[in-house]
Write a protein that binds this ligand. Sequence first.
Ligand code: SF4
Length: 705
Amino acid sequence: MKDAKNSSKELKSTCCYCGVGCGVVIEKQSDGTIRVRGDESHPSNKGLLCSKGMNLHHTVNDQIDRLLFPQMRYHKDMPLQRVDWDTALERTAAVFKTFIKKYGPNSVAFYASGQFLTEEYYVLNKLVKGFIGTNNIDTNSRLCMSSAVAAYKMTLGEDSVPVCYDDIELSDCILVAGANPAWCHPIIWRRVEKHKANNPAVKIIVIDPRVTDSCAIADLHLQIQPGTDVTLFHVIAKLLIEAGKVDWNFIESHTDGFEELRDLVLTISVSEASDICGISEDYIYRAAEYIGSANAFLSMWTMGLNQSVVGVDKNVSLLNLHLLTGTIGKPGSGPLSLTGQPNAMGGREVGGLANLLPAHRDLNNPQHREDLQVFWGGKTIDSKPGLTATQMFDALNEGTLKAIWISCTNPLISLPDVRKAEQALKNAKFVVVQEISSKSETLAYADVILPAAAWSEKEGTMTNSERRITYLPKVNRPPGEALSDQEIFCRFAKKMQFKGFDFPDAEAVYLEHAQLTKGMNIDISELTYDILRSNRSIQWPYTEQKSTPRLFTDLKFYTNNKRAKIYAASTSLGSEKPDDDYPFILTTGRIRDQWHTRSKTGKVNKLNQHIARAYLSIHPDDARELGLRENDIAHVKSRRGETSVPCKLDKGIKKGVVFLPMHWGKILNSDLNRTNNLTNNLLDPISKEPDFKFCAVRIEKFFKP
Ligand code: SF4
């Protein structure tokens, strides 16, 4: 307790925005409102918070938009009406049972979120895979991290980020690819900035088609042609091999696949790569020299690599650079994929995607499926991966999927080719939306609305980008009749007459999940809430009472033969082709002070002041040719849809490339004039992650009719 007069109380928790996972101290006032500050005892942020984290309390204190009670309608033409929880869940269970009986378990699907707490993820995954009997559970992490997940599994044997944030200060070359951490992962970036300021000899390389704030401290900005990253990584690999700047001993003793890569990359000339990537030969040589000369080489990336039709190829070709130089499992070295959501990593731990099982078990492994079925006491687990995020909406349009349960995400703004997703929700026979905010556009298509508890209104754990698990306490009660996602799923499971969902609290769920990790590479079976509370946070695996900051220090990887696999990824790009009708490449992304579809950040005046509205970033030369000036309204059209948005002239964007932020549902007060009206639904063939960073568009000056 602190400040007896105000009876304020302090509790330690974790920021609920990005995957940096900063520790926060929540100060609860006697009137129930909260204040938030950075937690100096949390190793990930050491007291620092970015603009979003600093304003977190506004999203909790301002309850005006909250959903307060369940709502339901019996027919699509009827209005929604308030009902009690039993009525809403009994009707939902009855409808789901009917579809499952008539069309089989694959006729229903659950689309969830990387913002869930690990316990919520676990319960939903158990319910869907273990008891309903379908693998149709996927989350918005599919749109974010699935290419990195696939690449880690292919190269290292499991989905395992090998490094910790403390490696930043030990590194002497940091490569940032397809990411703008200065805006999107600011606290990580502050550590990089400080490290560079204290050690000017440390080299920073940024690969991005745009000049972003992250370029401010870069020694080298490689302004790449979108989609050509594999060629760039391959030609760097070639230069490293030719210069003998590779670790031959590491390659020979700890990897497979080198010869195939070598034979491929030696056929790529630097001049050819320079033409393809739009980067000068000199810059390519310098990038290879910086990486080859580094004793400790660290890479960071996000959506520029992941959100691509060749996302896995981009990831593995970057991972190759670590495997060639032996910069993995050593201080200051290794790949650090940054996660966009606070608990995307926790979701991966419990198998919360359509192709994963808990504790990194393998869906293809019959023994793993059987072990799980016995442990849960449920149904036989299907060996086929379920529908992924965008595939669910395709299946609704095709009529093979009848019902979808959407929780903690707003697909009507965030999915690619979103008009198709909107049509899917219109076509769906039954839609459940579990949400905190009454402003979510997806609610428009709900047959049942379930009000959920928000951050700080429920207890559980989250894991950040460096495998660090942190405990989050329940600080305040959810408003109205809102319940935690865990409680909602457990109540539904009981309405379905499933056994094994009588968890008294979040800790009981956590302990069941932790038990499943025993003997696995991700082992946290000895890690309890008490240990988490007293240690502030722990990095998995946790064995012999020790946290694990860095993986693979023994250079034994999680593959069957303990050797990492080098992949010779193809350089071909299957993205949409620009042509005379659609000559520009559109890339989309985040801005500094907004997050996802603005359901939280949009409520905070201070955050809306940074950039108040959507904009089209376009090179001044391109704008001039189109007759567009600053703030003119551009009409942007793709083969799928259109949007109209003010222009921002930006010398820092590559000519022929334009950028739109992803956050806004309405631009210029129009009806769902969204960025994702334009994007396409092409997927990486392995990760099924959409190609958000590349679609062909036409741009015209907007004239009112
Ligand atoms: Fe929150 Fe990410 Fe900002 Fe840290 S960097 S305060 S986790 S939004």
